[in-house]
Structure formats: structure tokens, C-alpha cells
Design a protein around this ligand. Structure first.
Ligand code: ADP
Ligand code: 5GP
Length: 197
């Protein structure tokens, strides 16, 4: 299926855990008038996470039955839990001409590209694998076992960076945010026809 995204800009942000995706998204929301799609997940909430704001926290049964009815624009399994992007709010935001950020893993990104070919995809990479692990340890939100799983997954994800339109290395957060803002400004202008002859 190929959805028409209307006038908005659909932005996929992926990257290994600890690369800084959430940090980049938080800044973009504040500084670029972009909105985040709120995903559904079967993973348990981390301390401080709020249902309906950070994620919609669902049990597996509910998630899978929603998936069967076409509730999600994409969904995938990551480190033993399901994650999915609700379709309807995404379509509504794009129809209103919004810039919508999907912070999703590589398999979901592939599904979105197929369904929304005009989506812009950006891979956020850490300066090194070691630095990503250091950041996860510093974030103190994952168990040692969880960090080990995510580090293993990172190798698979880094190999798929070439599927993305852009790769941004998040060494200095401010510089990475500036680079993403620059990409989005150009992509939005293209869609408004500002660069057409
Ligand atoms: P992700 O969403 O990709 O898993 P986060 O945005 O949660 O990553 O970042 C992981 C940790 O690294 C957080 O504690 C965050 O504050 C920190 N961080 C993010 N970007 C940088 C950076 N450029 N330099 C140092 N630390 C960073
Ligand atoms: P976390 O558990 O750290 O919040 O997220 C784990 C991974 O799932 C991250 O790579 C994140 O980008 C991804 N993710 C979050 N929401 C979605 C979603 O709706 N769909 C997919 N496919 N991945 C998601």
C-alpha cells in the first residue's frame, strides 16, 4: 500500500540505542516545530515514562490484535518487545502539513519507506560503539543485560545505515541537531516547491 502523506513532512530517525535519537528529537520538537508520533509498545515503562506521552503501553495481546486490524503504519519486534506507529494520528498530522518525527528501529523504517516513499530518513550514529555503551550506562535506564542485548542489536543496525537518505554522527549534540534542522529545512522547501525551476 502507498499512502499519500499530504503536505506534511514525514521524518524517520533511527540509530542504535545510545546514539542520541531521543535527545535530538526533544530538541527538534522545541526548536523546529516538529511533532513526535507516540508509538505503542509492549515493553514495560521506565521510571518517569508516562502512558500516552512517551509511549502507549499495551500488553502483547492488545498489541497483536491491533496489529491485525491495521491499526499500525508499521510495527516490529526489538529486543523481545513489540513497537508500532499508530496510523491514524500520523495521517491526520501529515494532512495538516505538520513535520512528524518517527523515532523507530530499522525494520519499521523499511516498512514506512515502502508505504510512504516520500518520507525522509535520517540515521543517527554514535561517534563509536564504545561511546554508545558509555552513554547507555550513564543514562542508567537499562539493566546490564538489556545494554548487552542493545549493543548486539547495534551491530545489525549500523550495517543498515546505508538504507537511509542521510547519516548524522551525534558527537556534539548541538552540531547534530543543527545538521538535522538543516536537512529538514531543505526537505520542507523541496516539498513546497521552493527549489523548483
Ligand atoms: P537514544 O534515544 O538513541 O537511545 P538518548 O538520546 O537517550 O539515546 O541518549 C543516550 C544518553 O546519551 C543520554 O543520557 C543522553 O543525555 C546522552 N547523549 C545524547 N547525545 C549526546 C552527546 N552528543 N554527547 C554526550 N552525551 C549524549
Ligand atoms: P526504547 O525501548 O529504547 O524506547 O526503544 C527501543 C527501539 O525501538 C529504539 O530503536 C526505538 O527507536 C524503537 N521504536 C520506538 N518506537 C517504535 C515504533 O513505533 N516502531 C518501531 N519499529 N520501532 C520503534
Amino acid at each position: 500500500m502507498n499512502d499519500n502523506s499530504g503536505r506534511g513532512v514525514l521524518v524517520i530517525l533511527s540509530g542504535p540505542s545510545g546514539a542520541g535519537k531521543s535527545s535530538v528529537c526533544t530538541r527538534l520538537r522545541r526548536e523546529f516545530d516538529a511533532e513526535m508520533s507516540v508509538s505503542a509498545t509492549t515493553r514495560p515503562p521506565r521510571p518517569g515514562e508516562v502512558n500516552g506521552k512517551d509511549y502507549w503501553f499495551l500488553d502483547r495481546e492488545d498489541f497483536l490484535s491491533k496489529a491485525q486490524t491495521g491499526y499500525f503504519a508499521e510495527h516490529a519486534e526489538y529486543c523481545g518487545h513489540y513497537y508500532g506507529t499508530p496510523l491514524r494520528p500520523l495521517q491526520d498530522a501529515l494532512r495538516e502539513g505538520r513535520v512528524v518525527l518517527l523515532e523507530i528501529e530499522v525494520e519499521g523504517a523499511r516498512q514506512i519507506r515502502e508505504r510512504f516513499p516520500e518520507a525522509v530518513s535520517i540515521f543517527i550514529a554514535p561517534p563509536s560503539a564504545e561511546e554508545a555503551v558509555r552513554r547507555l550506562e550513564k543514562r542508567r535506564q537499562n539493566t546490564a543485560q538489556d545494554i548487552a542485548k542493545r549493543t548486539k542489536q547495534a551491530t545489525i543496525e549500523l550495517e543498515r545505515a546505508k538504507e537511509y537518505d542521510y547519516v548524522v554522527v551525534n558527537d556534539n549534540l548541538g552540531a547534530a541537531v543543527a545538521e538535522v534542522k538543516d536537512i529538514l529545512t531543505r526537505e520542507r522547501a523541496k516539498r513546497l516547491g521552493a527549489f523548483s525551476q
